[in-house]
Design a protein around this ligand. Structure first.
Ligand SMILES: Cc1cc2nc3c(=O)[nH]c(=O)nc-3n(C[C@H](O)[C@H](O)[C@H](O)COP(=O)(O)O)c2cc1C
Ligand SMILES: [Mn+2]
Length: 535
């Protein structure tokens, strides 16, 4: 086991030497005109995408966080066994900063947690001050829905070609391979993996970018799946059956083939984020990372497997999974706020470990929401909304509230123009990627602010006749849903809280919302000072 050194390294300046806050790519988009789909009918508005900045690697992001007052270095000696997790939980719940633990008992590597643990830090990770900047950029890219002219359509195709331009680039060498460990030297015990909660089955890698390939097409997939450290060279691979990693594994296993896997720890923040993003199967997350960064992700070839990893990763684990081998993984204090119980999962075998000379070990701690993963989920809510509008044009807005841990609740607003349209939208969502797992979908009208949970619940209370306006379906549910009687199989509820039409079984007139008239609002506004009331 490596010995601890008193002064773990601060991140060094980027090797490219483009200034202290090296921007690997800076680009100001021209002012462009978009017609936001969710405001159909409103005048066209000019959208000027903000200047975007990509980080080259994790250490550059750490430095930017520190400069922005968003990171605290902890010099006191702390244990990777529960202590870091409890500190992270307290800080996360208090809305505190990212934490870099520089002195972890028994380890040389500093441990970074909570780097994405606020909307600001999540946005910073994607190179913007506000995540809505990225949402609009994607809306613009995908503005294929109602191209108003042939020119619009051409522009769209061009923009999608632009997207594909950001495929990763293979480079000959990368800092993630500065140190190469094979044979006896190669051990998972070198990593300060965290034990997060008292009943956890062991120590887990909690922020790994797990890279696999579809054996038939060769397409790469990057997904984030926790890995339980079993011993020096093996770890559990906790990919849920509904996720692409599991799908790629099944393709190997069905053919009786051993599967090669590469795991990257660290990398630039966009590359870490995309491993959590629910892209359709067979879409390489690294292209999406390139798009988000406005720059290619550079990848290097692994040394013992035929895979590539982001060259700027902090640490890389190379290995394989046998088609039939399974081992009990868990329990694990999960992001639902409950323990997920132990179950059989495939086993990753380590063949080689490479890392930077002075690696930072990235981790996250999940538990009762809100925690760091919730901000990553919120980024997904924003970035994927424009994509959903391509398939569900009446969709106005979406709130996946943090307390719903992304598969329990979706609050959806729609522009309703025909009977049972809310139901059509529910079924569409239950048919779309990971949204298929949503346990409760609440649909409201376009004028309701779905981000205001009180308002949504007020409309549910007021607008729903439970017998008429709810629908219960059966289907696949999240692996982590412990309320489902059978794992992965259960029921889901849709609640239609829109104004009802007569064809929907509501022959009575629907009342108007209580609202003041414009003349009185204006009168009161003008006379406000006279009243002497301070608000
Ligand atoms: C911190 C964190 C931990 C996660 N852990 C797991 C996990 O252990 N297993 C899993 O299947 N998904 C996990 N996820 C969710 C997946 O990363 C996410 O659904 C992703 O879209 C899967 O990618 P894929 O569709 O390419 O497989 C986790 C997400 C986050 C943010
Ligand atoms: Mn995927």
């Amino acid at each position: 086991m490596p010995t601890r050194t008193p002064a773990p390294p601060s991140p060094k300046p980027s090797p490219r030497g483009r200034g202290s806050f090296c921007r690997s790519f800076t680009r100001i988009y021209r002012a462009v005109t978009i017609s936001p789909v969710h405001e159909a009918g409103s005048p066209k508005r000019v959208y000027e995408a903000e200047e975007t900045m990509a980080y080259r690697n994790l250490r550059e992001f750490v430095r930017a966080l520190e400069t922005a007052g968003e990171l605290r270095r902890v010099a006191a000696e702390v244990s990777a066994d529960l202590e870091i997790a409890h500190i992270a939980d307290k800080v996360s719940k208090a809305g505190g900063p990212a934490l870099l633990f520089e002195n972890v008992t028994g380890f040389r590597m500093p441990v970074l947690v909570n780097a994405f643990g606020s909307m600001r830090r999540m946005a910073m990770g994607l190179g913007v001050e506000d995540i809505r900047g990225k949402e609009q950029e994607i809306a613009l890219l995908l503005n294929v829905e109602f191209p108003e002219s042939f020119r619009d359509a051409i522009r769209t195709v061009w923009q999608i070609a632009e997207f594909r331009k950001f495929a990763p680039r293979i480079v000959q060498s990368g800092p993630c391979q500065e140190i190469v460990l094979r044979g006896n030297e190669c051990s998972l015990y070198r990593l300060p993996a965290l034990k997060c909660w008292p009943q956890d089955g062991g120590k887990f890698l909690t922020l790994p970018i797990v890279i696999t390939k579809n054996p038939e097409t060769g397409t790469r997939n990057a997904g984030m799946y926790r890995m339980q450290v079993f011993d020096e060279t093996s770890a559990g691979m906790h990919w849920h059956v509904h996720h692409d990693g599991a799908r790629n594994f099944k393709l190997h296993a069905d053919a009786g083939k051993r599967m090669e896997v590469a795991v990257a720890l660290g990398g630039d923040p966009a590359t870490i984020y995309v491993a959590t993003a629910p892209l359709p199967p067979d879409m390489d997350e690294m292209i999406f990372a390139g798009f988000l960064r406005h720059d290619h992700v550079e990848m290097v070839k692994c040394l013992t497997v035929d895979m590539e990893v982001p060259a700027e990763s902090e640490i890389v684990l190379e290995g394989y999974i046998e088609p039939t081998e399974r081992r009990k993984e868990g329990p694990f204090g999960d992001h639902t706020g409950y323990y997920s119980s132990a179950d059989d999962y495939p086993v990753f075998h380590l063949t080689c470990m490479t890392h930077r000379r002075d690696p930072i070990y990235p981790a996250t701690v999940v538990g009762k929401p809100p925690m760091e993963d919730c901000y990553m989920g919120k980024a997904t809510e924003r970035l994927f909304l424009p994509l959903l509008r391509l398939m569900i044009p009446e969709l106005v807005n979406m709130n996946l509230p943090m307390f719903g841990v992304f598969h329990n609740f979706a609050f959806i607003s729609i522009k309703k123009s025909y009977p049972f349209q809310a139901r059509k939208v529910m079924h569409a969502l239950w048919g779309l990627g990971q949204l298929m797992l949503t346990k409760f979908i609440v649909v409201v009208d376009a004028d309701v602010n779905v981000q205001d949970v009180d308002e949504v619940m007020w409309r549910v209370g007021a607008n729903v006749d439970p017998k008429r306006d709810t629908v219960i379906v059966e289907g696949p549910v999240d692996v982590l849903d412990h309320a489902a009687p059978v794992p992965c199989v259960g029921s889901k509820m849709g609640i239609d809280a829109t104004r009802k039409l007569s064809e929907e079984g509501h022959p009575r007139a629907w009342p108007d919302d209580v609202r003041m008239d414009d003349a009185t609002i204006e009168l009161v506004r003008k006379r406000w000072k006279e009243y002497g009331i301070e608000l």
